[in-house]
Write a protein that binds this ligand. Structure first.
Ligand SMILES: NC(=O)c1ccc[n+]([C@@H]2O[C@H](COP(=O)([O-])OP(=O)(O)OC[C@H]3O[C@@H](n4cnc5c(N)ncnc54)[C@H](OP(=O)(O)O)[C@@H]3O)[C@@H](O)[C@H]2O)c1
Length: 338
């Protein structure tokens, strides 16, 4: 009788303790979430820098995500300068931005600028900086969206079949193609950073930089050797720069496959091996919206979509066989069998 009573009491006590622990945990979690939401709201960049009049430069805005971001920034009243090499497309983007901004009171023609230029050219980037300083007195937000793709397995670039030796010409071709990928994905972002970081720091109350990078930079995939490695180089460049320049809010944005013509820019003229990006890729407007939100909230590293790519990144680095699971999924995605 006595032992039954003791057992029941200890059972109740342990249930109570479990309930109290859960209650404490849930209370602390809710308090943390509440403080976090209030903190984020207070520190939101748009509290310090009004959306209307924000000076935004988008490198790589004649198409794709850069173009979608230009329209979305214009619609909320930003002054937007779009850059790309295809002049006719830039003129179209400028018109779209003016249309999107037409309801913002006091909108003038010079609030939207289209500057044809190559972001891998030092002279072009200096011209852009001179324009920004003369027309707008500086810059608040730099978006580096430009980039180039590369789609072939590396040895296919050299032209080898099976295990035969690569030729001198094949190796040289690979070096030239790697240089083109490096130029578009690393040298361009590098020139943009060294040209514009002082302008941002000197002229903005809340300077920000968004690097549109790729999830390929952190999760290896076959056929993406040159693309991923050159994207990874600019990712690390900007992540390290963000420590050197803590006054600037850096956002490193890493999306998965997006709809559009990006693969047409392939420096190796490789074929598209994955499922049709225009059917299965992320919508560029959605990517643009999330990227702008990340800049507003000062988010440092964003992977899109969160699931499954956050887990894939984590699994790849874990001990044991989880890395090979990620590798086999990457093989499947790019239809690569050896
Ligand atoms: N599409 C995807 O599946 C995907 C996935 C993850 C990450 N990303 C990244 O997202 C970014 C944008 O891709 P997207 O899909 O929007 O591709 P996109 O439609 O091809 O846009 C690329 C933009 O960059 C510009 N550009 C390229 N080289 C340039 C240069 N040297 N100087 C100036 N502008 C240059 C292009 O304009 P001009 O040709 O007129 O110069 C174009 O406006 C890229 O950095 C890419 O790596 C793309």
């Amino acid at each position: 009788m006595g032992s039954t009573f003791l057992a029941t009491t200890s059972d109740w006590i342990s249930k109570l303790l479990t309930w109290v622990t859960w209650k404490t945990f849930l209370t602390l979690l809710s308090a943390f979430c509440f403080v976090r939401v209030v903190y984020d709201e207070i520190n939101k960049r748009t509290q310090r820098l009004p959306m209307i009049g924000e000076r935004v430069l988008i490198l790589g805005a004649s198409s794709g995500v850069g173009r979608a971001m230009a329209k979305q920034y214009a619609a909320r009243g930003a002054r937007v300068c779009v850059v790309g090499r295809r002049e006719a497309l830039l003129a179209e983007v400028r018109e779209e931005c003016l249309q999107a901004r037409r309801d913002v009171p006091g909108t003038a023609d010079h609030d939207i600028a289209a500057l044809p230029g190559d972001f891998t050219s030092v002279a072009d980037m200096i011209n852009i900086r001179t324009f920004l300083e003369e027309a707008w007195g500086g810059l608040d937000t730099l978006v580096v969206a430009a980039g180039v793709s590369a789609l072939k397995p590396l040895l296919a670039v050299t032209g080898v079949q099976g295990n035969e030796d690569s030729t001198k010409e094949g190796i040289q071709r690979t070096v030239d193609i790697a240089a083109a990928a490096t130029r578009g994905n690393y040298v361009g972002p590098l020139i943009a950073a060294v040209t514009l970081i002082p302008t941002l720091s000197r002229t903005s109350k809340a300077p920000a930089i968004l690097l549109l990078n790729s999830v390929a930079a952190i999760i290896p995939a076959p056929t993406r050797t040159l693309y991923a490695s050159t994207k990874a180089a600019s990712l690390l460049l900007y992540q390290a720069l963000s420590i050197e320049h803590p006054n600037i809010a850096f956002t490193h944005f890493l999306p998965a496959t997006i709809e559009g013509d990006f693969r047409a820019s392939a420096v190796d003229s490789g074929p598209v091996r994955e499922l049709d990006p225009n059917k299965h890729g992320l919508k560029r407007e959605k990517v643009a919206k999330r990227a702008i939100e990340a800049v507003d909230m000062g988010e440092k590293n964003v992977i899109m979509p969160f699931i499954p790519y956050h887990f894939a990144h984590f699994l790849y680095w874990m001990m044991g066989p989880s890395g090979s699971v990620v590798e086999s999924m990457a093989r499947k995605k790019y239809n690569y069998n050896v």
